[in-house]
Design a protein around this ligand. Structure first.
Ligand SMILES: [Zn+2]
Length: 234
Protein backbone atom coordinates (compact mmCIF):
# COMPACT_ATOMS: atom_id res chain seq x y z
CA UNK A 1 0.00 0.00 0.00
CA UNK A 2 1.20 3.49 -0.79
CA UNK A 3 2.37 5.10 2.49
CA UNK A 4 0.02 8.11 2.14
CA UNK A 5 -2.97 6.07 1.16
CA UNK A 6 -4.11 5.14 4.62
CA UNK A 7 -4.14 8.78 5.75
CA UNK A 8 -6.06 9.78 2.61
CA UNK A 9 -8.62 7.04 3.07
CA UNK A 10 -9.07 8.06 6.70
CA UNK A 11 -9.59 11.67 5.61
CA UNK A 12 -12.11 10.55 3.02
CA UNK A 13 -14.03 8.56 5.66
CA UNK A 14 -14.11 11.66 7.89
CA UNK A 15 -15.34 13.73 4.96
CA UNK A 16 -18.14 11.22 4.45
CA UNK A 17 -19.09 11.65 8.11
CA UNK A 18 -19.22 15.43 7.58
CA UNK A 19 -21.39 14.96 4.47
CA UNK A 20 -23.74 12.65 6.38
CA UNK A 21 -24.24 15.28 9.10
CA UNK A 22 -24.73 18.02 6.50
CA UNK A 23 -27.38 15.92 4.78
CA UNK A 24 -29.09 15.17 8.09
CA UNK A 25 -29.20 18.91 8.79
CA UNK A 26 -30.54 19.68 5.32
CA UNK A 27 -33.17 16.97 5.74
CA UNK A 28 -34.71 19.00 8.58
CA UNK A 29 -35.15 22.06 6.39
CA UNK A 30 -38.35 21.07 4.54
CA UNK A 31 -40.18 20.57 7.85
CA UNK A 32 -39.01 23.93 9.16
CA UNK A 33 -40.02 25.56 5.87
CA UNK A 34 -43.45 23.93 5.96
CA UNK A 35 -44.07 25.26 9.49
CA UNK A 36 -42.80 28.72 8.51
CA UNK A 37 -45.10 28.83 5.51
CA UNK A 38 -48.08 27.74 7.59
CA UNK A 39 -47.35 30.52 10.05
CA UNK A 40 -46.86 33.04 7.27
CA UNK A 41 -50.32 32.27 5.85
CA UNK A 42 -51.94 32.95 9.24
CA UNK A 43 -49.81 36.08 9.66
CA UNK A 44 -50.82 37.41 6.24
CA UNK A 45 -54.49 36.86 7.13
CA UNK A 46 -53.98 38.87 10.33
CA UNK A 47 -52.17 41.66 8.45
CA UNK A 48 -55.01 41.86 5.92
CA UNK A 49 -57.59 41.95 8.73
CA UNK A 50 -55.69 44.79 10.42
CA UNK A 51 -55.52 46.73 7.16
CA UNK A 52 -59.28 46.26 6.85
CA UNK A 53 -59.72 47.94 10.27
CA UNK A 54 -57.65 50.90 9.06
CA UNK A 55 -59.70 51.12 5.88
CA UNK A 56 -62.97 50.99 7.81
CA UNK A 57 -61.76 53.67 10.25
CA UNK A 58 -60.67 55.89 7.38
CA UNK A 59 -64.07 55.50 5.72
CA UNK A 60 -65.78 56.37 9.02
CA UNK A 61 -63.58 59.46 9.47
CA UNK A 62 -64.29 60.59 5.92
CA UNK A 63 -68.03 60.34 6.52
CA UNK A 64 -67.70 62.15 9.83
CA UNK A 65 -65.87 64.99 8.10
CA UNK A 66 -68.41 65.15 5.30
CA UNK A 67 -71.32 65.25 7.77
CA UNK A 68 -69.65 68.02 9.79
CA UNK A 69 -69.25 70.00 6.55
CA UNK A 70 -72.91 69.57 5.62
CA UNK A 71 -73.93 70.64 9.11
CA UNK A 72 -71.81 73.78 8.93
CA UNK A 73 -73.31 74.57 5.54
CA UNK A 74 -76.83 74.05 6.90
CA UNK A 75 -76.10 76.37 9.86
CA UNK A 76 -74.82 79.03 7.49
CA UNK A 77 -77.99 78.69 5.36
CA UNK A 78 -80.20 78.96 8.42
CA UNK A 79 -78.39 82.11 9.55
CA UNK A 80 -78.63 83.56 6.07
CA UNK A 81 -82.34 82.79 6.05
CA UNK A 82 -82.75 85.05 9.11
CA UNK A 83 -81.78 88.17 7.25
CA UNK A 84 -82.53 87.58 3.54
CA UNK A 85 -85.27 89.81 2.29
CA UNK A 86 -85.96 88.57 -1.24
CA UNK A 87 -88.56 85.80 -1.47
CA UNK A 88 -86.77 84.14 -4.34
CA UNK A 89 -83.50 84.00 -2.47
CA UNK A 90 -85.30 82.67 0.60
CA UNK A 91 -87.02 79.91 -1.33
CA UNK A 92 -83.72 78.92 -2.95
CA UNK A 93 -82.18 78.67 0.49
CA UNK A 94 -85.14 76.60 1.73
CA UNK A 95 -84.82 74.27 -1.21
CA UNK A 96 -81.08 73.86 -0.52
CA UNK A 97 -81.78 73.22 3.14
CA UNK A 98 -84.31 70.51 2.25
CA UNK A 99 -82.08 68.88 -0.28
CA UNK A 100 -79.09 68.84 2.02
CA UNK A 101 -81.25 67.48 4.87
CA UNK A 102 -82.02 64.44 2.68
CA UNK A 103 -78.37 64.03 1.71
CA UNK A 104 -77.34 64.42 5.34
CA UNK A 105 -79.80 61.74 6.47
CA UNK A 106 -78.28 59.36 3.93
CA UNK A 107 -74.74 60.20 5.00
CA UNK A 108 -75.67 59.72 8.65
CA UNK A 109 -77.14 56.30 7.92
CA UNK A 110 -73.93 55.52 6.03
CA UNK A 111 -71.92 56.73 9.03
CA UNK A 112 -73.81 54.32 11.32
CA UNK A 113 -73.04 51.50 8.94
CA UNK A 114 -69.38 52.50 8.81
CA UNK A 115 -69.26 52.14 12.60
CA UNK A 116 -70.64 48.62 12.25
CA UNK A 117 -68.02 47.94 9.57
CA UNK A 118 -65.27 48.99 11.99
CA UNK A 119 -66.61 46.63 14.65
CA UNK A 120 -66.89 43.89 12.07
CA UNK A 121 -63.31 44.41 10.94
CA UNK A 122 -62.11 44.44 14.55
CA UNK A 123 -63.95 41.19 15.25
CA UNK A 124 -62.37 39.58 12.18
CA UNK A 125 -58.90 40.78 13.18
CA UNK A 126 -59.39 39.32 16.65
CA UNK A 127 -60.40 36.04 15.03
CA UNK A 128 -57.34 36.12 12.79
CA UNK A 129 -55.16 36.79 15.81
CA UNK A 130 -56.64 33.80 17.62
CA UNK A 131 -56.12 31.68 14.52
CA UNK A 132 -52.46 32.75 14.38
CA UNK A 133 -52.02 31.88 18.06
CA UNK A 134 -53.68 28.53 17.43
CA UNK A 135 -51.26 27.76 14.58
CA UNK A 136 -48.34 28.77 16.78
CA UNK A 137 -49.57 26.59 19.66
CA UNK A 138 -50.21 23.66 17.36
CA UNK A 139 -46.70 23.98 15.92
CA UNK A 140 -44.95 24.28 19.27
CA UNK A 141 -44.30 20.56 19.92
CA UNK A 142 -43.03 19.95 16.39
CA UNK A 143 -40.90 23.10 16.47
CA UNK A 144 -39.40 22.04 19.73
CA UNK A 145 -38.66 18.54 18.44
CA UNK A 146 -37.11 20.01 15.28
CA UNK A 147 -34.99 22.45 17.28
CA UNK A 148 -33.77 19.56 19.43
CA UNK A 149 -32.87 17.51 16.38
CA UNK A 150 -31.18 20.46 14.75
CA UNK A 151 -29.10 21.11 17.83
CA UNK A 152 -28.03 17.47 18.01
CA UNK A 153 -27.18 17.29 14.31
CA UNK A 154 -25.34 20.62 14.43
CA UNK A 155 -23.30 19.26 17.31
CA UNK A 156 -22.50 16.14 15.29
CA UNK A 157 -21.56 18.28 12.31
CA UNK A 158 -19.13 20.52 14.14
CA UNK A 159 -17.59 17.47 15.83
CA UNK A 160 -17.25 15.76 12.43
CA UNK A 161 -15.65 18.90 10.99
CA UNK A 162 -13.19 19.02 13.84
CA UNK A 163 -12.22 15.39 13.31
CA UNK A 164 -11.92 16.03 9.59
CA UNK A 165 -9.56 18.95 10.14
CA UNK A 166 -7.54 16.76 12.48
CA UNK A 167 -7.34 14.07 9.78
CA UNK A 168 -5.85 16.50 7.22
CA UNK A 169 -2.74 16.84 9.40
CA UNK A 170 -1.67 13.29 8.63
CA UNK A 171 -1.87 13.84 4.87
CA UNK A 172 1.13 15.07 2.91
CA UNK A 173 0.64 18.65 1.73
CA UNK A 174 0.84 18.17 -2.03
CA UNK A 175 -1.48 15.18 -1.90
CA UNK A 176 -3.88 17.05 0.33
CA UNK A 177 -4.20 19.91 -2.15
CA UNK A 178 -4.79 17.41 -4.97
CA UNK A 179 -7.42 15.74 -2.82
CA UNK A 180 -9.14 19.05 -1.97
CA UNK A 181 -9.11 20.13 -5.61
CA UNK A 182 -10.82 16.91 -6.72
CA UNK A 183 -13.39 17.28 -3.95
CA UNK A 184 -14.39 20.65 -5.35
CA UNK A 185 -15.16 18.94 -8.67
CA UNK A 186 -18.11 16.83 -9.74
CA UNK A 187 -17.09 13.43 -8.36
CA UNK A 188 -18.79 12.61 -5.05
CA UNK A 189 -15.50 11.28 -3.65
CA UNK A 190 -11.86 12.05 -4.38
CA UNK A 191 -10.54 8.53 -3.92
CA UNK A 192 -11.81 5.45 -5.73
CA UNK A 193 -10.63 1.85 -5.66
CA UNK A 194 -9.81 0.22 -8.96
CA UNK A 195 -12.72 -1.76 -10.29
CA UNK A 196 -11.01 -4.62 -12.07
CA UNK A 197 -8.82 -2.80 -14.57
CA UNK A 198 -10.97 0.32 -14.61
CA UNK A 199 -11.53 3.47 -12.60
CA UNK A 200 -14.04 2.78 -9.79
CA UNK A 201 -15.81 6.07 -10.48
CA UNK A 202 -16.13 6.44 -14.25
CA UNK A 203 -15.19 2.87 -15.25
CA UNK A 204 -12.73 4.01 -17.88
CA UNK A 205 -9.97 1.43 -18.35
CA UNK A 206 -6.68 2.32 -16.68
CA UNK A 207 -3.57 1.59 -18.81
CA UNK A 208 -1.70 -1.48 -17.59
CA UNK A 209 1.46 0.35 -16.68
CA UNK A 210 -0.29 2.78 -14.36
CA UNK A 211 -2.45 0.01 -12.97
CA UNK A 212 0.66 -1.88 -11.97
CA UNK A 213 2.03 1.20 -10.21
CA UNK A 214 -1.24 1.56 -8.35
CA UNK A 215 -1.43 -2.09 -7.42
CA UNK A 216 2.17 -2.09 -6.19
CA UNK A 217 1.42 0.99 -4.12
CA UNK A 218 4.25 2.77 -5.89
CA UNK A 219 2.23 5.88 -6.61
CA UNK A 220 -1.23 7.33 -6.24
CA UNK A 221 -2.39 7.78 -9.81
CA UNK A 222 -5.14 9.96 -11.20
CA UNK A 223 -7.84 8.62 -13.52
CA UNK A 224 -7.14 10.16 -16.91
CA UNK A 225 -10.83 10.38 -17.72
CA UNK A 226 -12.49 11.77 -14.58
CA UNK A 227 -9.54 12.92 -12.50
CA UNK A 228 -10.17 11.04 -9.24
CA UNK A 229 -7.33 9.44 -7.29
CA UNK A 230 -7.08 5.69 -7.71
CA UNK A 231 -5.92 3.01 -5.31
CA UNK A 232 -5.99 -0.75 -5.20
CA UNK A 233 -8.34 -2.26 -2.65
CA UNK A 234 -6.40 -5.53 -2.48
ZN1 LIG B 1 -12.38 7.83 -13.64
Amino acid sequence: MHPDLEALLTLQAKDQDVTKSEQALAALEPDVRRLDEQLAVAQRALDAARRAIDDALRRKDELEGKIANYKTMQDQRRQKLEWVRGAKEASTLMAELDLTRTVLAKEEAEFMRSGDAVHDAERKAAEAERALDAVRDAQAPEREALAGKREAVSGDLSAARGIRTEATRSVNGALLSRYERIRRGKAPLALYALHGDACGHCFTAVPTQRRVLIQRGASIETCEACGVLLYSAE
